[in-house]
Design a binder for this molecule. Structure first.
Ligand code: DGL
Length: 282
């Protein structure tokens, strides 16, 4: 399907498979409050973490094309699974055809740059979805920049459903939070830094803190991705001028508008404007 892309400046697009990317959006809005944003959550097809490479790539590309069509020149994949499984193909294969001047950025690279300078023991743990951990993206990308770092990945397949079904603070969450942290740390007792490599996980932070030993640094991505975006826009004035500033955010979901507005409001603590969107034909 060929796209008629608007050429005038537009909002920054933030994409996630569901609600998790709201933790990134929140921090981006704090760091860059004047800009306009579109948040797109593929809630109808979440979770992505257990899906194949081809499917995550197909779904993510559909979302990127739609965000471009809605006027975005810059899209952030605020989803580790999409960043791990789709970003590279979109950057190298699709962007040159869609519009070589538009940009799609992920969350893994800024996280790695940050933790590489944080760890003292040079032993890092990564908690993520099954897809992110199996892709080995964190290991590969970390070793490109910091070959001396040992990385242990641990998939936490129950954590996204706990968040998506609003059970992050329930008693049932304790069992699964403790279980994956314990399994990770059992594999390497020198880990001093643990990456929350999924945008949903900061929503489980109170329980994660409860079960993580106090001397281990827990790295959530929101703030560091926001700082990295701020830095990117400073270094790329040609992109900065293509981002509109009206301090407005519009939300799109592939699920029902009411359901998204209700759940998202509890994360964002404000009332929001939500539109339904269908990605299947993109
Ligand atoms: N929020 C996504 C991530 O950061 C994954 C959630 C899902 O499995 O859809 O990896």
């Amino acid at each position: 399907m060929s796209l008629a892309l608007p050429t005038q400046p537009g909002p920054i697009g933030i994409f996630d498979s569901g609600y998790g990317g709201l933790t990134i959006l929140n921090e981006i809005q704090k760091a860059l409050p004047g800009y306009d944003y579109i948040y797109l959550g593929d809630n109808a097809r979440t979770p992505y973490g257990t899906r194949s490479f081809d499917i995550v790539y197909e779904f993510t590309l559909q979302a990127v094309r739609r965000l471009f069509e809605l006027g975005c020149h810059l899209v952030i994949l605020a989803c580790n699974t999409a960043s791990a499984k789709a970003l590279r193909s979109i950057q190298t294969r699709d962007l040159p055809q869609l519009d070589p001047a538009r940009r799609v950025l992920g969350v893994i690279r800024p996280t790695i740059e940050y933790v590489g300078h944080l760890t003292q023991s040079r032993h890092i743990g990564v908690l993520g979805t099954t897809g992110t951990i199996k892709s080995e993206s964190y290991v590969l990308e970390l070793h490109k920049l910091f070959p001396d770092i040992q990385v242990i990945g641990q998939a936490c397949p129950m954590w996204v459903p706990l968040v998506e079904y609003n059970e992050a603070h329930g008693d049932g969450a304790d069992y699964f939070v403790q279980k994956y942290i314990h399994t990770l740390l059992k594999q390497d007792d020198r880990i001093d830094t643990v990456i929350l490599g999924c945008t949903h996980y900061p929503l489980l932070l109170p329980k994660i803190k409860q079960y993580m030993p106090a001397d281990i640094a827990i790295v959530a991505q929101g703030e560091l991705v926001a700082q990295s975006l701020k830095d990117y826009l400073r270094r790329h004035p040609e992109m900065d001028t293509r981002c509109t500033r009206g301090a407005h955010c519009t939300y799109y979901t592939t699920e029902s508008e009411e359901k998204f507005a209700e759940s998202a409001s509890t994360f964002l603590k404000q009332n929001i404007e939500v539109h339904h969107i269908d990605l299947n034909e993109y």
